[in-house]
Design a protein around this ligand. Sequence first.
Ligand SMILES: [Zn+2]
Ligand SMILES: [Zn+2]
Length: 368
Amino acid sequence: MKRVLLSFVMALMCCTWAMGQNVNKIYMPQSIGDVRQEVVIPDVAGYKVLKCDFHIHTVFSDGDVWPTYRVTEAWKDGLDVISITDHIEYLPHKKYISGDFNTPYEIAKPTADKFGLMLVRGTEITRKQGVIGHFNALFIEDANLIPDDDPFVAIQNARKQDAFILFNHPGWAVDTCLVTEFQQRLFDADLIDGIEVVNHMEYYPRVVSWCIDKNLPMFANSDEHGIISEDYATVGYGTEGLDGRFVRFRPMTLVLAQEKSQEAVKEALLEGRTIAYTDNKFMSTEEYLVALFDACVEVQMSLQGDKKNTYICTNKSSFPFVFEVNGGGQKTLPPFSTITFSIPSRMAPVLTILNMWCYEDRHPVVRR
Ligand SMILES: [Zn+2]
Ligand SMILES: [Zn+2]
């Protein structure tokens, strides 16, 4: 009997070794590190809504992290598209890097492919803020062909590669948002294709008006240099009526694209189909803001009365909305929730969406 028991124990041990287990080395369950937070937005006006960040940095300019980290961080945050846009002219870690401006893209690409995250080739042309400014060249082919002593020529070099040129953070490190002589020269030469209305922690209401007046798409980018989760609290202060109660995502440029491909994203940008998002606020044209609200929120009459009609609003998205009903009371509609409101039966619902801006001082109006 003893021998039988011994051979059973030995067999069990062999079996355990064969399965690769070792009682002296125990693996913890998979951590939440591999979990992606999904940001849910239904299709808008027949387009897919891609969540993008077209402005981030790595150790290859003045950022603190390696390019692959940017990819996994963005994937976990629910993004679909990023562009690593390291500075060409500002390289504090110069001593440790080769000086090939294409390197961050090349390091990040295999990880991006693994996660199905789209990586757009980009770089930041960087000169004195408030005089010349900073410009991201997106969808470039070779960052090494862009540098020039003359910033206008550097931007033209990017254009030769058919780059999309983004005017970065017009309000950063200056008192207010003003177009300088150099920037006006770029506008006149059609060398600016879009503008950041949001950069990192800053939102520039006046630039929303610029974009509408100039018919240019609005961008909201993180311009992250450190670690996203250290900079953006997921809940906290924010838009009036939405403060402290709801998840806030990192700044995102929502791109309304035919499909998830480089060509489709570039086409959408050139056609101006973007919505800037930060801190549960949205900025775009009234057309796209209304289309976004329509896609996310269903408004249906639930009870018809002699004096009042009651409506049910159902939110199918990850974002909260706050709106004024027919010029009266303010309603907050949390993500994935339903609320009701009543209005006199002689009226049709007219909702002014207070966490959306289609001009510096104007909200879009949704009529049902
Ligand atoms: Zn910059
Ligand atoms: Zn930057």
